[in-house]
Design a protein around this ligand. Structure first.
Ligand code: SF4
Length: 248
């Protein structure tokens, strides 16, 4: 009986979307912090719309290999990809390997990456990660979540970016500021903590979609569903969205 009631709630929400009316949020289940909109049919509809809008979304950090992507991702904390790409355009030719970064002059490296912000911590992370890669992983960025998380300055977000984009390994979902905001606006999660948001997304997004889905949400967050005033009039998810932040 219980099951039947849940099913009919889902149908109501999706049917509303299909007719082009404003979808109605169903009540959140008590046992989860996942959003009420995280039912399979609605998630599938959102994924289809993201595929339609961003079939080839990809990482916008310029990199030539997994190591460079790792460095760029560390630099991208609290900084735009555009700024990071400007800095790495001269940084990577000067430090072409993990060895070069590991033996860099810290004060010099700090100066070089200063435009990306938090340059002292980032220098420590870059040099520490480079040394660990040389000493523990034979000069190669490791390919497992467990191993990559042992590198200084590398948490799940960076690990997911590198494993997913450089190696094509679906280890999880990247939860940056855009993925966090959009997952909440689309009512896929009601969590605030990125780790919990990732768990919610992992449960509802098919594994084979994890990598692309992260890129698609980041692209949508940069181009349309921006933080301050989302451009809902341009949004192809508008009929599926009942966020309080909607501008139309
Ligand atoms: S309708 Fe507006 S708030 Fe909803 S996903 Fe689109 S841009 Fe974001």
């Amino acid at each position: 009986m219980k099951k039947k009631m849940k099913k009919s709630g889902r149908r109501k929400s999706v049917a509303g979307a299909a007719r082009g009316t404003k979808p109605v949020a169903v009540k959140a289940q008590k046992t989860t912090q996942r959003g009420a909109g995280a039912n399979p049919a609605r998630v599938a509809a959102i994924l289809a719309k993201l595929d339609e809008a961003y079939p080839a979304a990809s990482c916008e950090l310029t990199h030539g290999n997994a190591f460079q992507l790792l460095i760029s991702t560390i630099l991208s904390a609290q900084c735009t990809d555009v700024r990071v790409n400007q800095v790495t355009a001269t940084l990577f030719p000067k430090y072409p390997t993990a060895e070069a970064f590991a033996h860099a002059n810290p004060a010099e490296l700090e100066r070089e990456i200063r435009p990306t912000g938090f340059f002292r911590n980032k220098t420590k992370s870059i040099m520490g990660a480079s040394k660990a890669i040389l000493e523990n992983f034979g000069g190669q960025v490791p390919r497992t979540m467990e191993e990559i998380l042992t590198l200084p300055g590398v948490a799940r977000k960076t690990a997911n970016v590198v494993l997913g984009t450089a190696y094509g390994i679906a280890s999880g979902v990247v939860v940056d500021t855009h993925v966090q905001r959009l997952s909440q606006r689309l009512d896929l999660t009601r969590n605030e903590d990125p780790k919990k948001i990732e768990q919610d997304l992992i449960e509802i997004i098919p594994t084979e979609k994890w990598i692309l889905f992260s890129h698609q949400l980041i692209w949508h967050g940069r181009r349309v569903c921006v933080a301050r005033k989302p451009r809902c009039i341009e949004c192809n998810l508008e009929k599926l969205c009942y966020s309080k932040d909607r501008t139309i």
